[in-house]
Ligand binder design. Structure first.
Ligand SMILES: NC(=O)C1=CN([C@@H]2O[C@H](COP(=O)(O)OP(=O)(O)OC[C@H]3O[C@@H](n4cnc5c(N)ncnc54)[C@H](OP(=O)(O)O)[C@@H]3O)[C@@H](O)[C@H]2O)C=CC1
Ligand SMILES: CCCCCCCCCCCCCCCC(=O)[C@@H](N)CO
Length: 309
């Protein structure tokens, strides 16, 4: 963010900044000299994280501000608290929409209200803060907005019927918004992290179907620090697409569709590699289908064994 202003190293707002990937993104920005606003619900977690982040200060003027608000409930409230934060720390240079949560399970086993709740937090919870800061960014003719999607926002997988659509939605929002704000020198980044070792991931793993676990093992679990470093780098560079690891790279290239390109090299890589990555992708899909079929047969076998007992 150092490039964003001459006066100070910029101001960053991170939703979901009190835990996991969001916390590491906040630390990464703070280490680069930025002023930080953490946005989440639980005040204790916020204060604890603020203390932790302050250990990384690079100058004595740096501030970490905490805001306790639900990003998915009341737009007016979100707009108000973000305005107050900007009055204290200056206009926001970087907004990172990282607040989010997941529910996994078979379609028929997921509570109906979970579909609505996840769309609320993961999608509307990214719309509201972005909508609240965009006018100022346009006036200043500068700014960066990050949407934290997921690899599960690039392809649909067993167990993610409630979660994936919310992460796909962010991509649509990001593409449309990028086209609107590019002439104002505002750049949007969509990040597609793989499974990442965080409190949220630990919670998700408790109830994850076996199929989802086996399929997800295709790509290894990343560290939140690494994911955060990549996201912050891509946001500063103004890259539309942000992915981690070789699976992440292939998946992003393969699903690039009509999304904007940031460089000629990126466009050329897509043109050259698309076909071959599709072939590799088909093999992955085949192996996912066979995992699902094997699990189904095993379940039926153990159910019929139970009945004959
Ligand atoms: N970990 C993973 O494997 C992956 C995660 N992601 C995505 O990255 C993001 C962060 O995930 P992760 O670090 O694992 O999550 P964590 O559960 O560790 O942290 C979630 C953060 O979001 C905040 N939050 C949740 N709901 C709300 C809300 N309604 N309003 C305001 N803040 C909220 C939480 O604070 P509080 O509860 O106090 O509000 C917390 O700070 C999510 O969007 C997730 O979908 C993407 C790919 C992989
Ligand atoms: C050429 C094509 C290569 C294809 C590789 C496919 C690898 C698929 C693995 C997907 C893992 C799902 C991650 C979801 C993470 C997430 O969002 C939750 N953990 C949130 O808590």
């Amino acid at each position: 963010m150092g490039r964003l202003t001459d006066q100070h190293k910029g101001s960053g707002q991170v939703t979901g900044g009190s835990s996991g990937i969001g916390k590491c993104i906040a630390i990464e920005c703070y280490k680069q000299g930025a002023f930080i606003t953490l946005i989440a619900r639980d005040e204790n977690k916020l204060l604890q994280t603020k203390k932790e982040i302050e250990n990384y200060s690079v100058n004595d003027k740096q501030v970490v501000l905490c805001i306790s608000v639900d990003v998915s409930k009341d737009y007016e409230l979100v707009e108000n608290v973000l305005r107050q934060a900007q009055e204290k720390l200056g206009p926001v240079d970087l907004l990172v929409n990282c607040a989010g949560t997941s529910v996994t399970g078979k379609f028929e086993d997921i509570e109906v209200n979970s579909f609505e709740r996840l769309m609320g937090v993961n999608y509307l919870g990214s719309v509201y803060p972005s909508r609240a800061v965009i006018a100022t960014m346009k006036e200043r003719r500068m700014g960066r907005i990050v949407f934290v999607s997921s690899q599960a926002g690039q392809l649909g997988l067993f167990g993610y019927t409630a979660y994936s659509p919310t992460k796909f939605a962010l991509r649509g929002l990001a593409e449309a918004l990028q086209m609107e704000v590019k002439p104002y020198n505002i750049y949007i980044t969509v990040a597609y992290p793989p499974d990442t070792d965080t409190p949220g991931f630990a919670e998700e793993s408790k109830t994850k179907p076996l199929e989802t676990k086996l399929i997800s093992e295709t790509s290894s679990v990343c560290q939140a620090e690494q994911v955060a470093r990549v996201i912050v780098k891509d946001a500063i560079q103004g890259n539309f697409n942000s992915s981690v690891g070789s699976d992440g790279y292939m998946l992003s290239l393969l699903t690039s569709g009509m999304s904007p390109v940031t460089s000629i090299t990126e466009g050329l890589q897509q043109v050259v590699c698309m076909g071959i990555f599709r072939i590799i992708g088909l093999f992955y899909l085949g192996s996912f289908d066979s995992i699902v079929r094997r699990c189904m047969m095993q379940r039926e076998k153990s159910e019929s064994a139970d009945k004959t007992e």
